[in-house]
Design a protein around this ligand. Sequence first.
Ligand code: SIN
Ligand code: CO
Length: 381
Amino acid sequence: MLELTLSDFSIEHFMQHYWQQKPVVLRQGFKDFKDLISPEELAGLACEEDIDSRLVYKKRGKWQAENGPFESYDHLGKNGWSLIVQAVNHWSPGVAQLVPPFAFIPKWRLDDVMISYSRPGGGVGPHIDLYDVFICQGSGRRQWRVGDRGEHRQFAAHAALLHVDPFEAIIDVELLPGDILYIPPGFPHDGVSLETSLSYSVGFRGKSACDMLSGFADYVIDKERGSTLFSDPKRPIAQHQGHINASDFARIRAQLQSLLDDDALVADFAGSFLSRTKCQLDLQELDEPMDAADLLVNLKTQPLVRTGGLRCFYLDTTLKQGVCYVDGERHAFGANAKAGIKALCDHDVLTTTLLRSAIKQPDFVRALTQWVNAGYWYFKD
Ligand code: SIN
Ligand code: CO
């Protein structure tokens, strides 16, 4: 099991003083770190249709970016390029081990683990991200420069590469295997590989209000809610035909607000919206489906492991009703299922001890059996 060690301060201190506020280097955050995937396996993943990957390099001094899947890497020189693969935690249980050390941040904030394999001189160039990232250095050394937040002009160095103007560094470090660089959103940064290296970026997402409202609008349409028409009986005679007056504006706002004020509606939306994955899951359907009895027998001898990247959440209000959200879908098990829901959503590995009360509930066992048959959870052996 990978363990995060902060030598200069506690995790509480990190959350209070750095998280979302300023970048910091966590030297030897992972002691004796060994790569969790080989470059060959990573290159193989980037040949798959379902996996997002990119190659970034310079050609005659000009930045180039190609999207995968790739058939060959023969056109690349020895140095000066990077292969970046998204959501590797979905496909590699080894890489998924990088997620539990960051459990002090809830899973709904997690995005994915992106890995970059870089040859000497390789990198994606100076840029700004919209997410928090812990860049964990695997094998090889890499030089990182991070600038301060502020006004930085961004431009397209290539149609698929948004870069930022040169910046003054507030951090300029060489990362060694096991070192971690934390960067909050908005800080320009640039990592150039000094040797052939692997970096693992554990990224956390924060949705914009625009993303949330657009998702909420889709949800409301899907649920056929919010169809009550604007109404204004007994309205006074209009004085100015072109005027949307203050009381009309208040009614318009109230019409929109009534949906946002419905806690149950917003909680149901948040649960399903935030539990959806951005990237595909590696669901391994069982060739021979098991029934509930087989599941319970197996569970006695081995734990159930959640497939990498699967998102499962509950909110206070939904937990009370025994409702949780798995991969964008709502599941209702009744108020007695609280312990089962917490086990399911809070843990990556399910044991009989964790599921003690849940396995007495036929609905819950039925759902778990279906999930195992569809590959959402699996028995390791
Ligand atoms: C990289 O690993 O090459 C890019 C990571 C980042 O800058 O966020
Ligand atoms: Co970045």
